[in-house]
Design a protein around this ligand. Structure first.
Ligand SMILES: [Zn+2]
Length: 194
């Protein structure tokens, strides 16, 4: 007989140590992007995937929560960088709805995949800022899933602003330095038109 317990997801042990050693406020967009690209680099170095993200208070620039891609070490397909950052932000604020606590910005080193796009809509962020483009992730073999071609417009219609290609070259550089596992790539092959 099967038995299930509460779902708990691991985060990297080094994340709190890292957080203790950095400034806690990032007023400029480039500072926020620099931080998440650095998180992607650290993730690779520690056995994770080549993606970093963080949630900031949009007005003050306060870092609310970081995230990295921890799918392979954490043994969970939920552990994308954006989902980790958003879930930790919910934990920090004690709420499943960030919008009721202020304006928050999700900054991500690569554009969100279909999973992360769904989560960020429900969490209630005011703004999304992306570094590398989906095609940059696809170029190294990652699958972004069946995302609408109109995802930017759909987010804007929901009142979420979208900014793309911030420090794209630096974000791509980190993607291209990744030599670890490319998971889900076989799913990409299975959805090719016949
Ligand atoms: Zn994702």
């Amino acid at each position: 007989m099967k038995h299930w317990s509460n779902i708990t997801l691991p985060i990297p042990k080094w994340l709190n140590t890292w957080s203790a050693g950095i400034p806690q406020t990032f007023p400029e967009m480039n500072q926020r992007m620099f931080l998440v690209i650095d998180l992607a680099r650290l993730s690779i170095k520690n056995g994770g995937g080549p993606f970093g993200a963080a949630v900031f208070n949009q007005c003050t620039g306060e870092l609310i929560a970081p995230g990295v891609n921890w799918v392979v070490p954490g043994k969970s397909s939920l552990l994308h960088a954006e989902v980790m950052a958003l879930a930790l932000a919910e934990q920090t604020l004690g709420s499943f709805e960030l919008a009721s606590h202020g304006l928050f910005e999700l900054v991500t080193s690569v554009e969100p995949c279909c999973q992360c796009l769904g989560v960020l809509m429900w969490v209630g962020v005011a703004s999304v800022v992306c570094g590398a483009c989906s095609e940059d992730a696809q170029a190294i073999g990652f699958n972004e899933g069946p995302r609408s071609l109109y995802w930017e417009q759909e987010l804007r219609q929901r009142g979420i602003s979208v900014t793309r290609k911030v420090m794209r070259l630096q974000a791509v550089e980190v993607l291209q330095s990744y030599t670890g596992e490319i998971y889900n790539s076989q799913l990409q092959a299975s959805i090719q038109p016949r």
